[in-house]
Write a protein that binds this ligand. Structure first.
Ligand code: CS2
Length: 459
């Protein structure tokens, strides 16, 4: 078993950062950047699992927060024990959560809670009508230290504890694939705070800095035999290694009133505006991923590398990239280089990135990854078939073709996609965006593409 006392990794650095969403991406990204900052010895993470996220925290605690990061290059693996995770906690270890927030040592809170975790309503603010939000509000009003379960609820509980302790300002750093994630996180936290205790919003004005980020590192769910692979290659007994690609990017915009690790020295970019990086990544990488997840799985593929090796999928991907690139500000030569690099990343045969994993939560991902380009094209009077194809493939998956659907909104979107095709398409598009459902030409194009997918799947 990995252990700091046995000399694996380094001594646990003092906890000055809390993370919510202890998972593989966090361990391959934020922990990696922290590990590689020159002041890594001064900055430790305490990370908390999301609710219902299994026993990863317990397994990490048993090995002092240490784990092996496998960097999977097409030509081979390299192995590194990461030491920046000082403490790992289960989701319900709420007293520990509150205690970190109440400490003057805490400077930064990072989040990876998925697109769905921000619990936004149709107006972009907190969806306060949801039962889980109501439950958290009732619990907080009764006792501000009571266990709460939603992301906005947990952050507000932490910030209320921090205000009560007079522990000073702090930075909140959302790291999910949503555009303007700083504004989104700031909004739902403020909405929650206002509903809980309006006076807390004054404290937030003075003490909460919300940073906007774009994050990138393809990190599939670890394969079942990853631990055995690590043991054979390194001799280390690690119950929860994580494998990732060599590429990594972190772009941040905002201030850190209580300091932060020297992440830029590890390769992170600080900028005034993350939007150009974010759009490029969300549309080309994530949009491309979603396309392959649905269209590739309908064509019988299981992984990204398999799908991108299929000339038909590749042609669809290039078509989507062409359409999306027209709405990006970078010079065409830079975009072409980015796309070439992406193809190599997608084609990495050793990554085994499952299409079904990427296909999850399409109801949350497609509005971010595909719709902005589709809307801009329609506004210019064009029919972007590269974009409608992704929607058609998703609808076909909702109707039972391709990768099995897991979606936070499955109970709504699967019934909408059922029944006669044209009505189903209209209903699903309407659910994504009313104007789309009312756009007869888009509906007609998506219907035709769905029929082509269905025919292709039959032959
Ligand atoms: C993927 C992302 O699962 C998905 O939806 O598109 O997790 C992707 O691998 C990361 O954003 C890469 O940085």
């Amino acid at each position: 078993m990995l252990s700091r006392a046995a000399g694996n990794g380094r001594a646990a650095p003092p906890v000055r950062m809390v993370h919510l969403g202890l998972g593989n991406f966090f361990r391959a990204h934020q922990c990696w950047y922290t590990e590689h900052a020159p002041d890594a010895g001064d900055w430790g993470y305490a990370a908390f699992s999301g609710l219902g996220r299994g026993d990863l925290a317990a397994r990490l605690t048993a090995q002092d927060g240490l784990y092996t990061l496998v960097t999977r290059d097409p030509s081979g693996d390299s192995f590194e024990v990461i030491g920046s995770l000082s403490r790992a906690h289960a989701a319900d270890d709420h007293q520990a959560w509150l205690a970190y927030f109440a400490s003057v040592d805490l400077s930064v809170v990072t989040l990876t809670v998925t697109e769905a975790g921000y619990l936004r309503g149709p107006d972009g603010g907190l969806d306060a009508g949801r039962p889980e939000v109501q439950a958290d509000l009732a619990a907080l009003r009764d006792d501000p230290t009571a266990l709460v379960r939603t992301t906005p609820g947990r952050i507000v509980a932490g910030l209320a504890a921090r205000r009560a302790a007079g522990a000073g300002p702090i930075a909140l750093v959302p790291c999910d694939n949503v555009p303007g994630n700083g504004a989104i996180a700031g909004r739902v936290v403020r909405d929650m705070a206002r509903l809980f205790d309006p006076a807390l919003t004054d404290w937030l004005d003075a003490s909460l800095a919300v940073v906007t980020t774009a994050v990138d590192r393809i990190t599939p769910r670890p394969a079942p035999d990853e631990a055995r692979h690590v043991r054979e290659a390194t001799g280390l007994d690690d119950s929860c290694p994580v494998a990732t690609e060599p590429f990594h990017e972190w772009v941040l915009s905002g201030s850190f009133p209580a300091g932060r690790p020297a992440w830029p020295d590890a390769g992170a970019t600080l900028t005034e505006d993350v939007t150009p990086y974010e759009h490029r990544k969300l549309w080309l990488l994530n949009g491309g991923h979603s396309l392959l997840a649905y269209a590739g799985s309908i064509r019988g593929h299981t992984t990204v590398a398999e799908a991108v090796a299929d000339a038909t999928c590749r042609q669809w991907l290039e078509h989507w990239w062409q359409t999306a690139s027209a709405h990006l500000d970078q010079p065409e030569a830079d975009l072409a280089a980015y796309r070439r690099a992406l193809l190599d990343r997608f084609a990495n045969p050793r990554m085994h990135h499952h299409l079904a994993q990427i296909g999850a939560d399409g109801s949350q991902k497609l509005p971010i990854r595909i719709l902005p380009v589709l809307r801009a094209q329609r506004a210019a009077g064009r029919m972007p078939t590269g974009a409608t194809l992704v929607l058609a493939a998703w609808i076909c998956c909702l109707r039972g073709l391709g990768a099995p659907v897991t979606d936070v909104r499955a109970e709504t979107v699967i019934p909408l996609a059922d029944g006669p095709l044209r009505d189903a398409v209209r209903r699903v598009l309407h659910e994504l965006d009313t104007a789309l459902g009312d756009d007869a030409e888009v509906v007609g194009t998506v219907v035709q593409q769905c029929q082509e997918f269905a025919e292709g799947a039959r032959t």
